[in-house]
Design a protein around this ligand. Structure first.
Ligand code: PLP
Length: 723
């Protein structure tokens, strides 16, 4: 079955659009997300009709469904289009039919060792709304890298028809959430069908009723993702919306979604005759998958203990956050409602069932998805060294016979997918100086030593180009807002109309959750104002990010930021760009000079946006938390504060803010504005090169996915760092 999925087919929405013969394989390119990490393909669509490419939000399926005959006819006679087309199609075919892959050469005896990777979100591209934020980007990057490395791999998730919300900020700084419905005709998905041509459905029992879900496929290079969607006519109207939104709704919605993902996901794989050897629970949301696999074995005659041992031996679990809200817990009454029909099939009574994940909290008892996952997996990891240590402390109570350093949770630090996040101009520079096959060895630190040979003026020219692009993007968006005349001038100003492409520019873009302290840099507005407005050496700061729609404290932080930046004294040098998504993230991590991160230690499990920034020659400036704690070594960016954790959060904030202003004033600003000749600031660019050389090879999914293969998927334990 999986072999059939490999074929480079065309999605149904594009089957009958009638492209000119000379360009007919555009529909093949549009049907596989391979193009999302091959920017030459974007160039191709842009050359055919650049306005439409923008209007469809960089969506090739929508683009091809809407493109006018005239544009296509012109394209057929355009030499640049044809050249680019031929080159792209050749590259795609070569990718899909490789002579060899890393996995096949490293593990020729394990080619059938199929990995099923379950995740609530996959962040693949801005035009495909199956993600909310960091967890989704990580899953999407993981899938792309699994494809690059040639892993036997299938992802399981949801096909949301609304996705996450789009963000608007009112004149007073309040976040408003908007939703729009996507048509599946506009995304490259293929529904699975039964032999009789009817859509393939799987069903799960939900609190006394049956819910059906349709099964779709989307192709990410060489790997398929199987996506579930409840919007089918067999379901009651309210159930049809169950899979509309990422993390939407109340507890009932969430547990229902997780039953569909975990139990429905296993049933979908079974219906497709896909037989995974490894089941990867990416975060606890999918942990119900273990129950369904237990049930299968028990129904087939195994005892509970036998079934549990076999399920554990084939299951791995990655935990992604020490923040309680990220560790899903359900009250017992909800478990009764959804599982009272189910636990009997496992041969368990209520108490023994709840024991599988019983979390006794000071305020009562809950059913913890993370505990279920930890219990049902034989290998477990956190997503940075520090997060591994924090997780061992956090879950020590589950392993009371072990000293804390022996708690069996290791760590594999996150990475980013290089092809997805690297600016095209930067890639051209690397192609010239790192050797044209550098991507094949991008996780080898030796590959990156050649960065020191790049002439300063060339690196500086690319960096300046990327900053101009970011500023032009922000201004153009603000201009369009101005034209519609529906917005207050202050919102236009906040949108970046006065940004200057030659100024030192700091970026802060992330989810607005309280522990990320989005307003820390504003703690002393007067001191900040002096720095921002320094006549010879000004500074500008760009904010972006969403708060979860139910997170009132998070929305208040956005409002605090917004109210501060509205003050006339800041004169448009502090801005907030609305609706942070993959598109805006690309502009920011490629275009700013400095990437700021201010989490309250140790609550940031890893973070990945700083890795994207480093890859593009942007310098990180962060609290020593998450990945930065192991990445920073003095010359490749800056630290905020030291590793001291103060008991009083206000004292922590005060100390970190002082460190932040001191570093900005005494180190960052002087270094940036020193000898700013045509070659750019030498000291700055030296630091940039050190940052690229030390961070790009390590904090990539190339290193990360290989580590998952070697230490988790092939059944060896990940390393447990001491402590
Ligand atoms: C990379 C990325 C994230 C995650 O980055 P963090 O460093 O964890 O904040 C979130 N959202 C988008 C759109 C991203 O591109």
């Amino acid at each position: 079955m999986l072999a059939d999925m490999r074929h480079a087919g065309v999605v149904p929405a594009l089957e009958a659009i009638g492209l000119p013969r000379r360009l007919e394989r555009l529909s093949v390119l549009a049907s596989n997300l391979w193009w999302t990490w091959h920017p030459e393909t974007w160039e191709l669509f842009k050359l055919i009709d650049s306005t439409l490419w923008t209007d469809t939000y960089h969506n090739p399926v929508r683009f091809l469904r809407q493109v006018r005959r005239k544009a296509l006819n012109a394209a057929v006679h355009n030499r640049r289009v044809l050249e680019l087309y031929d080159r792209t199609v050749t590259a795609f075919d070569a990718y899909m039919n490789p002579a060899q892959t890393w996995y096949a050469s490293a593990h020729p005896d394990r080619l059938d060792h199929l990995i099923a990777y379950f995740s609530t979100e996959f962040g693949l591209h801005e035009s495909f709304p199956t993600y909310a934020g960091g967890l989704g980007i990580l899953s999407g990057d993981h899938a792309k890298e699994a494809s690059d490395l040639g892993l036997p791999f299938v992802g399981i998730g949801f096909l949301y028809n609304q996705g996450y919300f789009s963000q608007r900020i009112t004149e007073d700084g309040w976040q408003e959430a908007g939703y729009r419905r996507y048509s599946f005709e506009d995304v490259p998905v293929i529904p699975f069908q039964k032999e009789d041509g009817q859509p393939l459905l799987v069903s799960v029992e939900l609190a006394g009723r049956v819910l059906h879900a349709r099964v779709w496929r989307i192709q990410v290079g060489r790997v398929p993702l199987i996506l579930l969607d409840s919007d089918v006519e067999q379901n009651a109207p309210s159930d049809r919306d169950l899979t509309a939104r990422v993390y939407g709704g109340d507890l009932d919605t969430r547990i229902s979604q997780e039953v569909v993902l975990g139990i429905g996901g296993v049933r979908a794989l079974r219906a497709l005759n896909i037989e995974p050897k490894v089941w990867h629970m990416n975060e606890g949301h999918s942990a119900f998958m273990a129950l369904e696999r237990l049930r299968e074995k028990i129904v087939a005659g195994a005892t509970f203990a036998e079934a549990e041992a076999r399920v554990q031996a084939a299951t791995v679990f990655t935990t992604h956050t020490p923040v309680p809200a990220g560790n899903e817990e359900f009250p017992d009454w909800l478990i009764d409602r959804y599982f009272s029909q189910y636990w009997g099939q496992l041969g368990l009574d209520r108490e023994r069932f709840i024991d599988l994940a019983r979390h006794s909290q000071p305020w009562g008892q809950t059913f913890s998805m993370s505990m279920l996952a930890i219990r049902m997996a034989h290998l477990r990891n956190g997503v940075s060294e520090l997060h591994g240590r924090v997780s061992r402390r956090m879950w020590h109570f589950m392993f009371p016979d072990q000293p804390v350093e022996r708690v069996p949770i290791g760590s594999i630090t996150n990475g980013v997918h290089t092809g997805t996040w690297l600016a095209r101009r930067m890639k051209n520079l690397y192609d010239r100086y790192l050797g044209h096959n550098w991507m094949e060895a991008l996780d080898d630190p030796a590959t990156w030593q050649a960065i020191y040979a790049v002439p300063d003026e060339e690196l500086w020219a690319v960096r300046r180009h990327l900053k101009r692009k970011l500023v032009a993007f922000a201004r153009e968006r603000a201009r369009a807002e101005w034209q519609t005349a529906k917005r207050h001038p202050i919102q236009i100003l906040a949108g970046g109309t006065l940004l200057d492409p030659y100024m030192l520019t700091i970026g802060f873009a992330r989810r607005f959750a309280t522990y990320k302290r989005g307003s820390l840099v504003l703690r002393d507005p007067d001191r900040l104002m002096r720095l921002v407005n320094a006549v010879e050496r000004p500074v500008q700061i760009i904010f972006a990010g969403k708060a979860h729609p139910m997170d009132e404290p998070g929305k208040l932080i956005i409002q605090e930021v917004y109210r501060t930046l509205k003050r006339a004294e800041f004169g448009g040098r502090i801005v907030f760009l609305e609706d942070y998504d993959i598109n805006l993230a690309r502009f920011l991590v490629q275009g700013v000079d400095v990437w700021l991160n201010t989490p309250r230690r140790p609550l940031e499990a890893s973070g990945t946006s700083g890795m994207k920034a480093a890859l593009n020659g942007v310098l990180n400036w962060s609290v020593l938390d998450g990945w930065w704690q192991e990445a920073y070594h003095g010359e490749n960016g800056w630290a905020i504060g030291d590793e001291t954790e103060y008991a009083d959060p206000d004292e922590q904030d005060q100390r970190d803010a002082e460190s932040l202003y001191d570093t900005l004033e005494n180190q960052i600003v002087p270094l940036y504005y020193a000898n700013g000749g045509p070659d750019g600031p030498g000291g700055w660019l030296r630091r940039v090169k050190t940052s690229i050389a030390t961070l790009a090879p390590t904090f990539s999914t190339r290193r990360m996915v290989k580590q998952y293969v070697e230490t988790m998927y092939l059944n060896r334990a990940p390393e447990v760092a001491a402590g």
